[in-house]
Design a protein around this ligand. Structure first.
Ligand code: WT7
Length: 700
């Protein structure tokens, strides 16, 4: 892999605390190729200026690409914190994602290629999706679901999951999808918070060669008391434990009168079901996301504005074309699956791949096999996955033909430049634009991202706010310190307009956007307090950001992930990035650790690449390792002496949530010798327990 040493001297960032060193000197620039630009959906940078002149009119023009049953009379009503978009308009999200493609003559186009982990592949055309969705919708109605009700969905990542979501949208019920990796306790809490009337689940799902016992877990959740649930609809994904090829698993306990078998109840339903006319501001779904307190927040999204922005951003950012084969590796249990599997791509009539299982089953080349088999053209995945693939080595993608790919996307956390470059070169063959997309469950749709036919990308930067999005950087006192403010000159791509020096601070969104959250279910006060009380008149996403002299945003992670080392603000991500830049390192997690003199010192947990781990660097702090001191020097050299890690701990695994985020809070507990905090959201709580043991024995 070609890497140019960053030779840019430490720049100066003006921040709330005066100045701070800029620690990440990444100056590689990747302009769109002529070839890509000439075919791109968006290739004229004037779109930024057009949107900026009148954002509301701009979003109105985007909304017109949907089918509305009645037009709106007012594009935006904005009474902070309450936004209403396309007021007076009516539409149905399912109609826009399914029916209208069938009516337009695309009924035979493939909607889903659903690949199960055991290797079963099922294909659904748009016409088949329409029929199945109608049957599910009729089944939900027969089970008592009415317009305005909530339906909780707890399913594996197979085609029936998006079809249940669409069926809810069809009849005007809001879905609340709970990721299939959550525990019975989390499911119980979410069912009751939303007051769901029906639970849709499956007997199980395949994961890493075994069965996730969804129905058994759902039974456990319901047994804890869910007074609003009257029916539980169960899709038979696995089948009888006594059947051939089915491992012994616990399919739960069938409760007559409550439980409904899909094969009987759904399959016999009629194949037509009218779409409910929904108000633009009617609730489309609730999706729970964790906050700083223990109680999850039920983020509410409504219909017209949400559909408008997910549809438009799919078109721009993924440069979506009718013959693309699109694969987003997220699960529908996360917002990425809602916006960029179901509502965005389907509103454009996409053909997409769904994959049920893990990337290492049966072997570590599974993702690349899926791409080869289905000739995927657009891949959307997460940095944590990319770094895992780096750790496994190039051998696995090397076995497969990836030449069908033409665009790569990343989402979920900051992507360090080395992972970006690896993704671009090893997966994209240096031919595919990489779009690093910043957004949140709360924003509903992509907010900051390159336009692949317009933007010159910089590895590690999500680049610029999309047209119609007013992102800014504020200082600690809530003052707008964005360079090139006013006309946001950089968005227009004009070099003659003012450009400011680089600044660091807190990300803010200054103008309402169509897919913004409309509230926290049942808790308007928390909504106001979490998102709208930090700044006066602007939305507070909770992320730190740097904006460079070209107006590029460098999202630095949650603002609580910023370390203060000897009074210098250092992002954990910047140190991680420098560590991963070293050829021996696959993945790194960095935390600020209480330090007598510096306030915070820097502790790094490092996973080595396979070749080095195989060289048997033992797990542990390994102060005597040559490699450890080499890594410390590498960081110091890459960023500056201030960022030299105090401790480097070599480990085999890092504690991650089920969505793949490293829980740095737990690493702080380990490094500071505290009892471990709440570990219930971890994918595997034993990882951090082991880590703590090894950390303590290597300290002693
Ligand atoms: C948080 C939102 C967006 C869907 C999946 C995550 C971080 C997300 C990026 C990115 C840097 C990113 C932010 C954000 N994040 N994408 N491209 N670069 N950070 O949704 O669970 O609601 O998390 O993820 O910190 O606030 P979420």
């Amino acid at each position: 892999m070609a890497r140019e040493p960053a030779d840019v001297p430490l720049g100066i960032i003006h921040t709330m605390s005066g100045t701070l060193d800029t620690l990440l000197a990444e100056d590689r620039l990747f302009p769109p190729s002529l070839e890509f630009r000439s075919q791109a959906n968006v290739s004229n940078p004037a779109i930024y200026a057009e949107a900026h002149r009148n954002p509301v009119e701009f979003w109105e023009s985007c909304a017109k690409s949907l089918e509305w049953s009645r037009g709106w009379h007012t594009a935006l009503e904005w009474n902070l914190p309450d936004a209403k978009w396309f007021v007076g308009g009516t539409l149905n999200a399912c109609h826009n994602c399914v029916d209208r493609h069938v009516s337009a003559g695309h009924g035979d186009k493939v909607a889903f290629v659903s690949e199960g982990e055991p290797g079963d592949v099922r294909v659904f055309t748009y016409r088949q999706v329409l029929e199945t969705v109608c049957k599910i919708a009729n089944a939900l109605k027969e089970a008592g679901v009415q317009k305005g009700d909530r339906v909780c969905v707890y399913m594996p990542m197979i085609a029936e999951l998006p079809m249940v979501m669409l069926a809810c949208a069809r009849i005007g019920a809001a879905h609340s999808v709970v990721f299939g990796g959550f525990s019975s306790e989390s499911l119980h809490e979410r069912i009751n918070d939303a007051g769901a009337k029906v639970l849709v689940t499956a007997d199980g799902g395949w994961r890493r060669g075994g069965v996730v016992e969804l129905k058994r877990i759902a039974d456990e959740a319901l047994a804890k008391g869910c007074p609003t649930i009257s029916r539980c609809l169960v899709y038979e994904r696995i089948g009888s434990p006594l059947a051939d090829g089915v491992p012994n698993y616990n399919p739960g306990t069938w409760i007559e009168g409550r439980d409904l078998a899909w094969s009987e109840f759904v399959d016999r339903q009629p194949v037509d079901c009218p779409c409910e006319d929904m108000d633009s501001e009617d609730l489309l779904f609730i999706l729970y996301t964790s906050g700083s307190t223990g109680k999850p927040k039920g983020i509410m999204h409504t219909t017209g504005g949400y559909m408008t922005q997910v549809s438009a951003t799919t078109q721009w950012v993924f440069d979506f074309k009718p013959d693309d084969v699109y694969w987003c590796t997220a699960d529908c249990g996360w917002v990425t699956g809602h916006s960029y599997i179901v509502y965005g791509p389907m509103s454009l009539g996409a053909k997409q791949v769904l994959y049920e299982g893990t990337p290492d089953t049966p072997d570590k080349d599974r993702f690349w096999k899926v791409i080869e088999r289905h000739k995927v053209t657009i891949l959307y995945t997460a940095p944590t996955a990319i770094r895992t693939f780096m750790k496994w080595g190039p051998e696995f993608p090397g076995r497969c033909d990836l030449t069908s790919l033409r665009l790569l996307g990343s989402v979920g956390e900051p992507i360090n430049p080395e992972a970006w470059i690896w993704y671009s070169e090893t997966i994209g063959g240096s031919r595919c634009p990489v779009v690093d997309t910043w957004w949140q469950t709360e924003t509903g749709a992509i907010m900051i991202s390159p336009l692949p036919g317009v933007t010159a990308t910089k590895p590690g930067s999500a680049t610029q706010p999309l047209p119609g999005i007013h992102a800014a950087v504020f200082d600690e006192n809530g003052k707008d310190v964005t360079p090139c403010h006013g006309a946001l000159s950089y968005m227009v791509g004009s070099e003659s307009l003012d450009q400011g020096p680089e600044v660091g601070g807190i990300l803010a969104i200054k103008h309402p956007w169509p897919s913004m959250l409309r509230g926290i279910w049942g808790d308007p006060e928390r909504f106001r307090q979490v998102y709208w009380s930090r700044f006066d008149g602007a939305y507070f996403p909770g992320d730190g950001t740097k904006v460079d002299e070209d107006g590029y945003f460098w999202l630095l992670g949650r603002i609580d992930d910023v370390m203060l080392v000897s009074g210098h603000n250092i992002s954990t991500m910047e140190v991680e990035s420098a560590l991963v830049d070293h050829h021996a390192v696959a993945e790194a997690a960095v935390i600020g650790k209480a330090h007598e003199i510096k306030g915070q010192g820097i502790a790094a947990f490092v996973i080595l690449r396979a070749e080095f781990a195989a060289n048997s660097w033992p797990e542990g702090k390994g102060d005597s390792h040559d490699l450890v001191s080499e890594l410390k020097s590498h960081v110091a050299q890459k960023i500056g002496a201030i960022a030299r890690p105090d401790d480097i701990f070599i480990c085999a695994e890092l504690p991650k949530t089920r969505s793949g985020k490293i829980m740095r809070r737990l690493l702080r507990d380990v490094a500071e010798g505290r009892a471990l905090g709440d570990t219930t959201t971890l994918a595997d709580p034993s990882v951090v327990a082991n880590l703590k043991d090894k950390y303590e024995s290597s300290e002693g």
